[in-house]
Design a protein around this ligand. Structure first.
Ligand code: NAD
Ligand code: UGA
Length: 465
């Protein structure tokens, strides 16, 4: 298929920009795709000869990059040049929760998005379609449009919203076979031409009936809504897990029983130590902020409970560990298996493990941490970022190991924090035999009864029994 768009730039070579553009380049060899970033180290890693050094670990990603890189996929720090050459510019920069000023701790920080818009406005000498790929508050396109027009150039801009729904760990599969692609654009003829140009790109590998088009505001708000609904399911089942522990019901059996109702469905029903990841919390906080700023207090309060429940769950899990270990973990060796916020990713942003570790460190536990894909410096950076204790204290109390056996040997407790498949292959009986007695294993995937470990044939000792 031949496309009207021949040259794409993507600003932001992160977890979304990198994989998304790699797949577009893979599927559309006639389009030149340049991914740019101000982070030189990140771009160098995307260009690394050794594909094991890509900045992001995702199953299947290195194969996609290998096929397209240098052919029609390029990674560069020259943002101006990429914008100048492109007919379509994706904005895929981070939109973290604000840490200052009005909306601190709630609203999305749009400074990076605004910088992109200003840069596009400054550099552009030809018409451009600007695509919001980042997750943004509803009506951001209006601000982008205003910034783009402010330079007063004789250049036409169209602003589209095209939120990304990939989940980490399955990014490549999600991009290859998305449930849907969402494109929001202006309803006039020029807007619809831009929508069609983007839809044609996806139609190279996604069937047309999965490409949904809406107005810009619906598209922007659908993204926040999708994440809010998904996170709400996790908080709902986690809330029930607490009640299960008290009542003797089994949360996995409940999930199985209610999930068979096709109106409820079986996905996103796994009780856990709490959801993590860079987006659920940030996007819900943003939704709450937006609702409240329109005076919709009840709407904001309703969604905020999803976060309240998630914080409770993380705290509850950590407190359960301390309770089981006779109300003191001071000086005790506790192994944490997994630091990433979910399996098959090296991303640790907002990982529940960070908060559980912090709680245990406040109780003066000695932590031994193992994760198959997370580097030691990342673990320390995550703990230092909390600013709860000094960097030297974090290094004194926390050891990151390369061999999981080193973490678990003679430990008082093992907490399985991330459901990496490799953890299921361990000889858990041997692990248990090598631990300090009485020994406890806490399964972070299901805090009720460690049934994750039951699955692998380990006679679970400890929590709640
Ligand atoms: P990220 O932090 O991994 O990547 C963003 C990149 O943008 C960084 O490398 C940063 O250096 C770069 N950047 C920031 N400002 C820049 C500028 N002015 N010029 C050039 N580069 C700049 O973030 P991410 O996880 O890829 O998320 C990006 C957006 O996508 C966010 O809005 C997020 O909510 C959304 N999103 C993320 C996921 C996910 O799974 N991570 C999924 C769907 C949507
Ligand atoms: C999530 C959404 O699933 C994506 O659609 C969205 O694009 C993305 O956020 C985003 O906007 O960033 P992601 O955070 O990568 O993707 O991963 P999920 O699979 O959604 O898991 C999020 C967290 O919820 C993880 O910590 C996971 O362990 C937890 N979870 C998930 C549960 O505790 N129980 C479940 O049943 C499912």
């Amino acid at each position: 298929m031949s496309h009207t768009i021949k040259n794409i730039a993507c600003i932001g070579a992160g977890y979304v920009g990198g994989p998304t553009m790699a797949v577009i380049a893979e599927k559309c060899p006639d389009i030149k795709v340049t991914v740019v970033d101000v982070n030189e180290k990140r771009i160098a890693a995307w260009n690394d000869e050794n594909l094991d050094n890509l900045p992001i670990y995702e199953p299947g990603l290195k194969e996609v990059v290998k096929g397209a890189r240098g052919r029609n996929l390029f990674f560069s720090t020259d943002v101006d040049a990429a914008i100048d050459a492109a007919e379509m510019v994706f904005i895929s920069v981070n939109t973290p929760t604000k840490t200052y000023g009005v909306g601190k701790g709630m609203a999305a920080d749009l400074k990076y998005v605004e910088l992109c818009a200003r840069q596009i406005a400054r550099v552009a000498n030809t018409d451009k379609i600007v695509v919001e790929k980042s997750t943004l508050p509803v009506r951001t396109a209006q601000s982008i449009r205003t910034i783009l027009k402010a330079e007063g150039k004789a250049v036409n801009f169209q602003v589209l919203s095209n939120p990304e729904f990939l989940a980490e760990g399955t990014a490549v599969a999600d991009l290859h076979q998305p449930d849907r692609v969402l494109i929001g654009g202006d309803q006039d003829a020029a807007g619809q031409r831009a929508v069609n140009a983007l839809a044609d790109i996806y139609a190279g590998w996604v069937s047309r009936d999965r490409i949904i088009t809406t107005n810009v505001w619906s598209s922007e708000l659908s993204k926040l809504t999708a994440n809010a609904f998904l996170a709400q399911r996790v908080s709902s089942i986690n809330a029930l897990s607490a009640l299960c522990e008290k009542s003797g019901a089994d949360v996995e059996e409940i999930a199985r029983a209610i999930g068979r109702d096709s109106r409820i469905g079986s996905k996103f029903m796994k009780a856990s130590v709490g959801f993590g990841g860079s987006c659920f919390q940030k996007d819900i906080l943003n939704l709450v902020y937006i609702a409240r700023s329109y005076g919709l207090t009840e709407v904001g309060d309703y969604w905020e409970q999803v976060i309240v429940m998630n914080d409770y769950q993380k705290r509850r899990f950590a407190a359960n560990i301390v309770n089981q270990l006779f109300n003191t973990v001071s000086g005790k060796k506790i192994a944490m298996l997994g630091w990433a916020f979910k399996k098959d990713t090296n991303d640790t942003r907002e990982s529940a493990a960070i908060y559980v570790a912090d709680y245990l460190l406040n109780e003066q536990a000695e932590l031994f941490i193992y994760d198959p894909k997370v580097k030691p410096e990342q673990v320390y950076a995550d703990l230092d970022y909390l600013n709860t204790r000094s960097e030297s204290e974090n290094r004194r109390l926390v050891t990151v190991v390369n061999q999981p056996g080193d973490a678990m040997k003679e430990a008082h407790a093992v907490a399985v924090m991330t459901e990496w498949d490799v953890f299921k292959t361990y000889d858990w009986q041997k692990v248990y035999d090598d631990m300090k007695k009485p020994a406890f294993v806490f399964d972070g995937r299901n805090i009720l009864d460690g049934s994750g470990l039951k699955e692998i044939g380990f006679m679970y000792q400890g929590i709640g029994r």
